[in-house]
Ligand binder design. Structure first.
Ligand code: CP
Ligand code: NVA
Length: 303
């Protein structure tokens, strides 16, 4: 594995290897065992969109691994004034050991990887959010002690989260049911990937998708960059909510996850959110551990 651009690029074995290392790093951190695998290394973090979790977990993770992280707001980089990403990639490769980038177009991330000579990590694009899904899978395995054979249900927008969750969950042997309204389905590339799996289903009815689910997941109705569509989307997504009615058809011990930030009473009720706050904030914590595993595998593969 040279980069983490999207989960479509990873084998099942690579995903499981990252989850195993994430569990180990989590154990070590909880027990005060230092693991300076990236001593002397620097990660550049380019942000073209806002972030709480991604920024803080990468920066902290890099510190815990003995390295250093640089926050690079695109507004302050020359990239924000039109310097091509191809040139930025070649320059930053001379200073840094890795780059994490959060941006709009997936092609920008792919271009960085093509022109740069250091590992590139996708910290969210409009197409996907692979780091989040690695943390999600780590959390599901912690709670359920397995991944293979579990039933995963996603309700809401067929967005970057739906795209990455579909690929990640199918690759580790889970069945995936998505409930998305017409006009808001996942990316065609994802549907093409998923269509060979018998255990993949895309439906319109949230309760049909949630039936017997072990894990329920949702995300905001309007993602970053779609703020102007918020009102239109509120109408389109009415009913695409994790609430008591949806929970009543899932397994009694089903867990509920949300990548955050959450909009209570839109995609999830405040009640269900608080009932599952333990799951959701363990999930947020695991961003730290999963991303540390990704950085070690990419930036110090010999460790
Ligand atoms: N879930 C997630 O990526 O959160 P941030 O936008 O706060 O980084
Ligand atoms: N779909 C959301 C995810 C945020 C982590 C967005 O792109 O804004």
């Amino acid at each position: 594995m040279k980069h983490l651009l999207k989960l479509l690029d990873l084998s099942t074995e690579e995903i499981i290897d990252i989850l195993n290392l994430a569990d180990q790093l989590k154990y070590e951190q909880k027990h005060g065992i230092t693991h300076h695998h990236l001593k002397g290394m620097t990660l550049g973090m380019i942000f073209q969109k806002a972030s709480t979790r991604t920024r803080v977990s990468f920066e902290t993770g890099m510190y815990q691994l003995g390295g250093h992280a640089l926050f690079l707001s695109s507004k302050e980089l020359q990239i924000g004034r039109g310097e091509p990403v191809q040139d930025t990639a070649r320059v930053l490769s001379r200073y840094l050991n890795g780059i994490m980038i959060r941006t709009f177009e997936q092609s920008e991330v792919e271009n960085l990887a093509e022109y740069g000579s250091i590992p590139i990590i996708n910290g969210l694009t409009d197409f996907c959010h692979p780091c989040q899904v690695l943390a999600d899978l780590q959390t599901i395995r912690e709670y359920k002690n397995k991944l293979d054979g579990l039933k995963f249900c996603y309700i809401g927008d067929g967005n970057n989260m739906a795209n990455s969750l579909t690929v990640g969950c199918l690759k580790v042997g889970m069945s995936v049911s998505l409930a998305c309204p017409e006009g808001y389905h996942p990316d065609p590339q994802i549907l093409e990937f998923a269509k060979v799996y018998d255990n993949f289903k895309l439906v319109a009815d949230p309760k049909e998708a949630a039936a017997d689910a072990d894990v329920l997941y949702t995300d905001v109705w309007a993602s970053m960059g779609q703020e102007g569509e918020a009102e239109k989307r509120k109408l389109a997504f009415k009913g695409y909510q994790i609430n008591d009615d949806v929970m009543s058809v899932a397994k009694p011990d089903a867990m509920v996850l949300h990548c955050l930030p959450a909009h209570r009473e839109e995609e999830i009720t405040a009640k269900v959110f608080e009932q599952h706050a333990a799951d959701i904030f363990d999930e947020a914590e695991n961003r730290l551990h999963a991303q540390k595993a990704v950085m070690v595998r990419l930036m110090a593969p010999e460790k």
